[in-house]
Design a protein around this ligand. Structure first.
Ligand code: ADP
Ligand code: BMX
Ligand code: ZN
Length: 291
């Protein structure tokens, strides 16, 4: 039995995975401190058999078994957090760590490969629009994490556009990051400023169906994502771009990104699709990366 854990800025999920299939799954809200983190892990695995291996998909980048933030505002205690050591001590088995979007990229690649129709992409970019904006690259059929674990961090590529509420410095320290426009956090922030009341990203999407100012915020984010896709495509030449995360999979978002991409002058544009594994892309990708 393999234990897969997905750690995002908003939610913490765990699954028992057998032969590439989830046989049990639990989810809790992500915690805000290191002490609560261990308690939350205990709650997730309560009553489950001890795993033979643990594989983790986590927000942040991995270096030498520790997790570091790119955006320091997402998880306050993630600064060199010794995640591999903590889980090895708890479960007494080998532990592998992956960035969440990189793991999901591998999961989505494997899902297409395993269909076996010969059309699966060799070069795939997965983008998660979630608490942040993450990305993972599969190039020439291989998952690329890069020498520092940073490969694919599309959320911190420059967006050509400004957020609806004006320029905002990213938690990575730079100005103009895509994450400040198109993450759930950024959409909620922009909506709350424009409408002068506290709104979350799901509420913004509901409003966007027939409220022009709400639609403009979402369309601006979708165009920024499309611009990022175009930029990546010109650098690495992609077959397919897969969109996931709760914002990416929210009603209408893929269509808005697709329309924005179609409006850009782009040589041989990549296919655009929704995550086939849905909210389980990170869990199943982390599991598949061990196989
Ligand atoms: P994580 O970042 O922990 O992996 P998610 O992929 O669920 O988690 O992304 C969380 C973000 O998505 C939050 O900003 C949340 O407000 C937003 N969100 C959740 N559900 C929806 C929805 N139905 N429509 C739009 N945004 C959503
Ligand atoms: C941020 C960054 C990425 C991550 C992405 C999506 C941190 C802590 N995270 O850009 O490593 O892949 O968010 O993560 O710097 P999520 O929290 O939205 O799932
Ligand atoms: Zn940034």
């Amino acid at each position: 039995m393999l234990l897969a854990i997905d750690i995002g800025g908003t939610k913490l999920a765990a699954a028992m995975v057998e032969d590439g299939t989830i046989v049990a799954r639990r989810q809790v809200p992500m915690v805000t401190g290191a002490a609560q983190f261990s308690t939350a892990i205990e709650a997730l695995v309560d009553g489950w058999p001890g795993p033979a291996q643990v594989s983790v998909a986590t927000t942040g980048y991995i270096d030498d078994g520790k997790v570091y933030p790119v955006n320091r505002n997402i998880i306050s205690f993630w600064n060199g957090f010794p995640l591999a050591q903590l889980l090895r001590q708890r479960f007494g088995c080998p532990v592998a760590l992956f960035n969440d979007a990189q793991a999901a990229a591998w999961g989505e690649y494997c899902a297409r490969r395993d269909e076996g129709d010969g059309t699966h992409p060799a070069n795939l970019l997965f983008i998660t629009l979630s608490t942040g904006v993450g990305g993972g690259l599969v190039l020439d059929h291989r998952l690329r994490a890069g020498p520092h674990g940073l490969a694919g961090h599309v959320g911190h590529a420059p967006a050509r556009l400004a957020p609806a509420d004006g320029a905002v410095v990213c938690g990575c320290g730079r100005l103009g990051c895509l994450e400040m426009l198109a993450s759930g956090t950024a959409l909620a922030r922009q909506a709350s400023v424009i409408f002068q009341e506290t709104l979350d990203s799901a509420r913004l999407f509901a409003l966007a169906a027939d409220e022009p100012r709400a639609a403009a915020i979402v369309d601006n984010a979708a165009l920024a994502v499309a611009e990022a896709i175009a930029g990546y495509h010109m650098i690495v030449d992609l077959d397919e771009v897969v969109i996931g995360g709760s914002v990416g999979l929210a009603s209408g978002m893929l269509g808005r990104i697709s329309a924005a991409l179609a409006g850009l002058p782009l040589a041989s544009p990549p296919r655009l699709s929704a995550a086939r594994l849905g909210a389980d892309a990170g869990l199943l990708g982390a599991a598949a990366a061990l196989a």
